[in-house]
Design a binder for this molecule. Structure first.
Ligand SMILES: C[S@@+](CC[C@H](N)C(=O)[O-])C[C@H]1O[C@@H](n2cnc3c(N)ncnc32)[C@H](O)[C@@H]1O
Length: 150
C-alpha cells in the first residue's frame, strides 16, 4: 500500500501525511510541483523527526509518477462513485489524494483505476486531505492485514 499526493499546497498537511506514513510503514509519493519547498521549516515542524528521507519519493510530474505505478491507482475524490468503506483493497494499491486547492485535473481523474468517496453530509464540500487519507488508509490496511505492529 502507498499514499500519493498530487501537487500538494500546504506543507503542514504533507508533514502530517509523512508522519502517518512513517508510523504505519506506508511510503509516500509526492507528485510535483508542490506549492512549497520540501525542505521548508514548516514541513519539518509538522513532520518532526518522523520525516525519513527513504519514506517518500518525489516525482517531477504526473507522467513520471504514472509510468512507475506498481499497481492499481485509487483516487480519493469528493466526486467518487464508490464509497470507500465498501471497496475491496489490495496490498499493491496506491491511494491518490488531490491538491488542497483544486483536487486533480480531469486527465488524472480519468486515469485512475477507481474513484473512491468518503460519504459526507449534504452540503459539505470536503474533508481535510490528511484526514481523508487517514480514514481510507486505515480501512485499506485493515482489509489487507497491513498493520505491521500486529
Ligand atoms: C480539500 S480536498 C480538495 C477540494 C477541491 N476543491 C476539490 O474540488 O477537489 C483535498 C483532497 O482531499 C480528498 N478528499 C477530501 N474530502 C474527500 C471525500 N469526502 N471523499 C474522498 N476524498 C476526499 C481528495 O483527495 C481531495 O482532492
Amino acid at each position: 500500500m502507498r499514499l500519493a499526493l498530487y501537487q500538494p499546497d500546504i506543507p503542514q498537511n504533507t508533514g502530517a501525511l509523512l508522519r502517518l506514513g512513517a508510523c504505519l510503514g506506508v511510503p509516500l509519493d509526492i507528485i510535483e510541483p508542490c506549492g512549497f519547498a520540501l525542505s521548508d521549516r514548516q514541513l519539518r515542524r509538522a513532520g518532526m523527526d518522523y520525516i525519513d528521507p527513504e519514506g517518500y519519493e518525489r516525482h517531477a510530474d504526473w507522467e513520471s509518477f504514472r509510468d512507475r505505478l506498481p499497481g492499481r491507482l485509487l483516487l480519493l475524490t469528493t466526486s467518487g462513485d464508490q464509497p470507500y468503506q465498501a471497496f475491496g483493497y489490495r496490498a499493491g494499491d496506491t491511494l491518490l489524494l488531490g491538491r488542497e486547492s483544486a483536487g486533480v485535473p480531469q486527465e488524472v481523474h480519468e486515469a485512475a483505476d477507481e474513484r473512491l468517496v468518503i460519504p459526507m453530509r449534504p452540503g459539505r464540500r470536503s474533508l481535510n486531505v490528511a484526514l481523508a487519507a487517514a480514514m481510507v488508509l486505515g480501512e485499506a490496511l485493515r482489509q489487507t492485514n497491513g498493520f505491521t505492529c500486529e
